[in-house]
Design a protein around this ligand. Structure first.
Ligand code: AGP
Length: 606
């Protein structure tokens, strides 16, 4: 998964592109490159460098090249085909260096295309699949760039978001999309293209999202796309995309978790009616009355939200549910019928495995719903209906506030469906009034950040951790473990408290701490006995407990308190301290928190 930026309009210093590209660096950061048509020299200059954008900027500044470019394309890479080298970095070009391409996605039939083109005399210099695009455009070019691109796209199989410039047709920036995200940022006599909105919002809030199989031909003063497209206004402020003064995007986004809950519930709670309003479901409200089964599908952190949703929907909406991860579900042969609904949960809305599962369900004519954060993303457009979590831009690779947004949205969805079925007005009123309190309660939890930092300091040198929870908080144990793993590279596993004695307990000793999520809920006693099992083997235990529970201090080595709320909503509050714990441990270990090694923000390849 990579990041693309393109620009056409006024003769500008290409460094404006670097600023936009930096906002996409979380999408891939093993190499970067730029190509720009210099109107004065009527030449395309290009530079590509392995490493972060800083390396590229340094090389550009030391190049002594004329930095005025119009149009230009830029790219940050997350390698899939070909090693991390300068010549595998993008942009890629043809034999005569007349066509320059930046690409996000995978060309599946690149090897056979390359073989054919080599036989036709084309000279390849990289191992990257993208290079075939440049040579195909060279092959088909007869004076009109978009025509050559159109013919090229007919030959390639795979996924792409791509942007192309050429010195043979320099007044054009041509972009195309199939599966990988790409949008146009419409400015005054200038257009920026990018893989996601965060790269364009310092220039414009007017964006057009390209759909699959669409090509946009952009000139300095105009653009045309095959199909009429709605202009969407991006709400986010530039600052939102910046760190707001925090050392890391992740800490900023954890501190925005109360706001993420607030955004998810704002204008959706109907306290008096004990119900909720989810406008995005109106189009299918009738159909939802008939359903008798829900399948929730997602990947990674989003799949843990799905798991919490399963508990909520079965207990309070009385609908049979099952949860599966996208990478498995896409290959399963699930038994579904017209009363089954498939719900897809994704922050980015671009996760390949989740999208593939979605397309499988669409093939089976199953009603599909999306719970998505990124407005206009593929999942949002391909599902029959859905609910946005409105968590705002999430830049750090580790998902935090978007997860809280997903949990709050699933609680809303539970009331929405429950009130259409057996959920009584009083229960509906209880849940929505408790939901309304959550943002303030979550702010309360954030106040114990410095205590959690002290606990992180105490445990940062341990190498292995268990996270245990039961019922609604088993998925939160999984989430706590994933966050610690992906941020600090320490080994951590989440399991059900009841599973400990079935083998996992063997690992417990004074060097193997456990984080136990143990609010005062219906399984509290069970969790206490699990903690006693661990203490009996001298295992250190950090407990997440409900405020007012003093007795737990006698058992635990450290206690982090969360406010009292409904059992089904405790996961939303219990997650906050786990995100802070993982953040502070990683910070103390000096890890690259916003860009953990080997990971990427949204995984757009299988
Ligand atoms: C979470 O911190 C990870 N970044 C990862 O597990 C993520 O949740 C997963 O890739 C799903 O992403 P999505 O929500 O954008 O679909």
């Amino acid at each position: 998964m990579c990041g693309i930026v393109g620009y056409i309009g006024k003769n500008k210093d290409i460094r404006i592109g670097l600023e936009a590209l930096r906002r996409l660096e979380y999408r891939g950061y093993d190499s970067a490159g730029a190509a720009w048509y210099n109107p004065e020299k009527r030449e395309i200059f290009y530079i590509k460098k392995t490493g972060r954008i800083d390396n590229l900027e340094k090389a550009i500044l030391e190049s002594n090249l004329n930095l005025i470019g119009n149009p230009f394309v830029m790219h940050v890479r997350w390698a899939t085909h070909g090693g991390v080298t300068d010549y595998n970095a993008h942009p890629h070009f043809d034999c005569q260096k007349e066509f320059f391409v930046v690409h996000n996605g995978i060309i599946e039939n690149w090897a056979e295309l390359k073989e054919k083109l080599v036989k036709e005399g084309h000279k390849f210099i990289s191992e990257c699949d993208t290079e075939v695009i440049a040579h195909l455009i060279e092959k088909y070019f007869q004076g009109n760039l978009e025509e050559a691109v159109r013919k090229t796209l007919k030959e390639i199989r795979g996924t792409y978001g791509m942007a192309i410039i050429s010195k043979k047709d320099p007044q054009k920036l041509v972009v195309a999309r199939l599966s990988s995200p790409l949008l146009l940022g419409i400015g005054q006599d200038e257009t920026l293209v990018a893989s996601d909105p965060s790269a364009v919002i310092t220039h414009t809030r007017q964006v057009i999202n390209l759909d699959d199989n669409e090509i946009a031909v952009i000139t300095p003063t105009n653009f045309h796309i095959l199909k009429e497209k709605p202009i969407i206004t991006i709400e986010w402020t530039p600052e939102e995309a910046q760190k707001g003064g925090y050392p890391h995007f992740m800490l900023k986004e954890i501190m925005e978790e109360p706001e993420a809950i607030e955004n998810a519930i704002r204008g959706r709670l109907m306290i008096e009616e004990g119900s909720v309003k989810l406008g995005g479901l109106d189009v299918i409200a009738e159909k939802l009355r008939e359903i008798n089964r829900l399948i929730l599908i997602a990947c990674g952190t989003a799949s843990y939200a799905a798991k919490v949703g399963e508990y909520m929907l079965e207990e309070y909406a009385g609908i049979p549910c099952e949860v599966d991860i996208g990478s498995e579900f896409r290959y399963r042969k699930p038994i579904v019928d017209e009363k089954t609904v498939a719900i897809f949960i994704s922050q980015s809305g671009e996760t390949a495995d989740t999208l593939a599962a979605l397309r499988e369900m669409k093939k089976k004519k199953v009603l599909t719903l999306g719970i998505t954060n990124v407005v206009g993303s593929t999942q949002a457009r391909e599902t029959d209906a859905g609910v946005y979590t409105r968590s705002g831009p999430e830049i750090a690779v580790a998902s935090t506030k978007a997860f809280l947004g997903q949990l709050a949205t699933l609680a809303l969805f539970t009331v929405y469906l429950g009130r259409q079925k057996e959920m009584a007005l009083v229960m509906g009123k209880r849940i929505v009034s408790e939901l309304a309190k959550l943002p303030e309660l979550a702010k309360g939890v954030l106040k114990s950040a410095s205590e959690i930092e002290k606990i992180a300091e105490k445990y940062k040198d341990f190498k292995n951790f268990w996270f245990i929870g039961r019922k609604y908080n088993l998925p939160i144990a999984l989430e706590g473990a994933l966050k610690l793993k992906e941020l600090s590279y320490l080994h951590a596993e989440g399991i059900g408290g009841g599973e400990l004695k079935h083998g996992h307990l063997a690992l417990i000793d004074e060097n193997f701490p456990t984080v136990a999520i143990c609010p005062s809920d219906s399984v509290y006693e069970k969790m206490v006995s699990n903690i006693q099992e661990i203490k009996a083997r001298n295992g250190p235990v950090i407990v997440i407990a409900t405020e007012g529970n003093e007795e737990i201090k006698d058992l635990a080595d450290d206690v982090i308190y969360i406010p009292k709320t409904l059992e089904m909503l405790t996961p939303i509050l219990a997650t906050v301290p786990l995100h802070l714990f993982a953040y502070y441990v990683a910070a103390k270990l000096g890890c690259d928190i916003d860009k953990p090694r080997n990971l990427a923000k949204s995984v757009t390849v299988e």
